[in-house]
Design a protein around this ligand. Structure first.
Ligand code: FE
Length: 246
């Protein structure tokens, strides 16, 4: 089996949230899809260890917010890589409630769905949860974020609780049927070898010195070693110490 074949499946990215007994939980998932139109039903696949799964099953409600293409990276970092058990992910985002009463995240979102749980199926590590849409709305005409764009932009792996998570070693050791052939000059190869990429051990974000981080005023060509000591991972906010050389 070639794990990279799964990368050819197209997904979006969504904030899935719920509330039980006054406590809120939420996470970012890529596995959400419409299963029927009449009634309108949406299915999500949620890891059993995910705090939000418990909240959804107990409250029988969840919301789904469709993230926009250029989403706030701090939202992706907190909802995607932190646990609702340790972090109040909702303190810096705008939310509303609709019919079910569960929180709906508006920040960085282009549309939302308010759902009540009508079925759930144990699929091993995850629970497939099916919700009937009680209400929904479109917030903007911005382009939605796709999983493919997210992976390409941030050079990131899926969080460990994602249904699409594949261990990096499996991908690295995998040979593809038709490997890409790139011709590079000796000078290009040499200059690249001098500039190593570094990966955040918390979220998997990869710092590429050739690109730098212009949004933070770090010009292309800046080696990781020359980044300021207070440099933080743009996704999860981890410090330089959490980065390892590739
Ligand atoms: Fe990170």
């Amino acid at each position: 089996m070639k794990y990279k074949a799964f990368y050819k499946l197209s997904y979006g990215l969504y904030i899935i949230a719920s509330e039980f007994e006054g406590k809120k939980a939420g996470y970012i998932g890529n596995t959400a899809f419409q299963v029927t139109s009449s009634p309108s039903q949406i299915a999500i696949s949620c890891h059993k260890k995910n705090a939000t799964a418990e909240f959804i099953l107990k409250s029988k409600t969840f919301s789904l917010s469709v993230l926009k293409k250029e989403s706030d990276t701090s939202i992706i970092g907190e909802f995607g890589f932190m646990s609702s058990k340790d972090t109040d992910k909702f303190r810096n985002v705008e939310t509303i409630t609709a019919i079910s009463g569960t929180p709906i995240v508006l920040s960085s979102s282009v549309a939302w769905f308010d759902c009540k749980v009508v079925n759930s199926i144990d699929v091993g590590s995850h629970i497939l949860i099916i919700g009937e849409v009680l209400d929904s709305d479109v917030l903007s005409g911005d382009e939605p974020l796709t999983y493919d764009y997210y992976r390409e932009k941030y050079k990131m792996l899926a969080p460990k609780n994602a249904p699409t998570y594949v261990e990096k070693e499996k991908l690295d050791n995998e040979t593809v049927t038709k490997p890409e052939v790139k011709s590079e000059s000796a000078a290009e190869v040499e200059s690249k070898s001098e500039l190593s990429t570094y990966t955040c051990s918390i979220c998997g974000f990869q710092y590429n010195p050739e690109e730098g981080d212009p949004a933070l005023g770090i010009p292309p060509g800046t080696p990781f070693e020359d980044l300021p000591e207070d440099y933080k991972c743009p996704i999860c906010n981890a410090g330089k110490d959490y980065f390892t050389k590739n």
